[in-house]
Design a protein around this ligand. Structure first.
Ligand code: PMP
Length: 425
């Protein structure tokens, strides 16, 4: 049964049982309305309340500076956000250049002159920077190249170049080749497949004293809600719900309001067409979603509802909010890593110690030399004990213990106990 299992899958992840019990009831009959939560209109007042409450709880839990940031719910998935971040921040870059050209009486004289200047600036200066530290930032980089062409996308750092062609380290910031005034600088805060997590916000990307600085975009799909986030350092951060927030189907974007109208309206499709730049699908356009409080089209209110229940539970469990969860996440991770480190002849932790993820703990079982068979035995024995979902990603193999928020301390202790027992056997 559910109670016998600790599920370490990388996503979708386990959800707290009491959240699912409440949600199961709400699927049948939401608050005595006779209609389930997945049946109610997304235009109903109760749907709007669910959205607004989840937003307010997220603001509260993460201390989001809500005057300057908007929160939107989308269906894009992390993968959709790879594209959305490109469309929207390239749009914002074009809007800024356009405004600057219009202020210049020489270039701004005729429509043709404006277009010529814009084309020139795009050719010369439009750059998106990607820090590639694992499979997910690599996919985001590839999507940018696919949408814009390689001439506009700068691989500012590639972690494989310092680690024999494999992920597992983060290149020193001093080696990153950042563009001047990039339309965005992108990184993935926690690489779910490779078990690499940024230990802290990269200081080269920090805003300057006057508040200006690089336009930083981060994918926090697999570590959001597990540690404090310096929100003000980001122009955009996004995360799919299906690890620490809720169930698959809803994605959250936290966007600096200055990238939205009235400060920065997206360029018109006609202008983008003339400039040869891609036109965002309407459901990936942040300004459209934000203007409609995430209800431009049919949003799964059930998914937002589950996310809301998870946030309420976190707020109830941790009076000091995300700091409380952070302490637990660190404790669980250190218990598991300590068990692995105690047997260096049996286990090899994949990423470098300085960038080990607290969320996705990736290791190989090298005992006996025959790694594949030993790992099969490891997984089989673990499953027998109710420790499931430990198989590594198909692209890299090995073992991956995903230590998301819903893994209780006892679950981490049980896994550590098994890691120790397997090594001693
Ligand atoms: N980014 C990260 C860090 C992820 O872990 C994942 C999925 N596991 C994605 C992006 C892609 O998300 P989705 O499958 O929702 O598109």
């Amino acid at each position: 049964t559910r109670a016998d299992i600790t599920y370490f899958g990388a996503g979708p992840a386990a959800l707290p049982t009491d959240v699912l019990e409440t949600a199961a009831q709400a699927l049948l009959d939401f608050n005595g309305t006779g209609l389930g939560i997945a049946e109610h209109s997304h235009r109903s007042e109760l749907a709007t309340n669910i959205i607004n409450e989840a937003k307010a709880d997220l603001v509260n839990y993460l201390d989001v500076p809500a005057a300057d940031y908007d929160i939107i719910f989308m269906q894009a998935g992390g993968t959709g956000e790879f594209a959305a971040s490109v469309y929207n921040l390239v749009g914002a870059w074009v809007a800024r250049q356009h405004a600057a050209i219009l202020q210049d009486p020489l270039d701004g004289a005729t429509e043709e002159g404006v277009l010529a200047s814009l084309r020139h600036r795009i050719k010369q200066d439009l750059k998106l920077d990607y820090i590639v530290t694992g499979g997910w930032s690599l996919k985001a980089y590839q999507e940018a190249v696919r949408l814009l062409g390689p001439e506009h996308v700068n691989l500012a750092a590639d972690a494989r170049t310092i680690n024999d062609g494999k992920f597992g380290k983060i290149p020193d910031q001093s080696t990153w080749s950042l563009s001047k005034d990039a339309a965005l600088v992108y990184y993935c805060d926690n690489e779910t497949v490779d078990g690499v997590e940024f230990p802290e916000f990269p200081s080269v990307l920090a805003p300057r004293e006057d508040g200006t600085g690089p336009i930083v975009v981060a994918d926090m799909s697999s570590n959001i809600l597990s540690r404090r986030v310096p929100v003000r350092n980001y122009s955009l951060l996004f995360f799919g719900a299906q690890k620490n927030l809720g169930c698959t189907g809803v994605t959250v974007a936290l966007l600096k309001k200055s990238f939205l109208p009235p400060t920065t309206p997206q360029p018109s499709p006609a202008l983008l067409r003339k400039l040869g730049l891609p036109i965002p699908p309407i459901m990936l356009q942040y300004e459209t979603i934000a203007k409609n409080n995430s209800l431009y089209n049919t949003l799964s209110i059930f998914d937002v509802y589950i996310a809301g229940l998870v946030l309420k539970k976190l707020l109830k469990t941790y009076p000091d909010k995300v700091d409380g969860q952070q302490a637990v996440a660190e404790k669980k991770a250190s218990i598991i890593y300590a068990a692995l480190e105690a047997h260096p002849d049996v286990y090899r932790i994949v990423p470098d110690k300085s960038v080990r993820s607290r969320m996705n703990i990736c290791f190989r079982v090298t005992k006996n030399g025959n790694v594949e068979d030993t790992e099969k035995a490891f997984l089989k024995e673990a499953t027998g004990l109710g420790l499931t979902g430990l198989k590594g990603h198909r692209s890299v193999g090995g073992i991956r213990a995903s230590n998301y928020n819903s893994i209780p301390l006892e679950g981490a202790e049980k896994l550590a106990g098994f890691i120790d027992a397997f090594a001693m056997a």
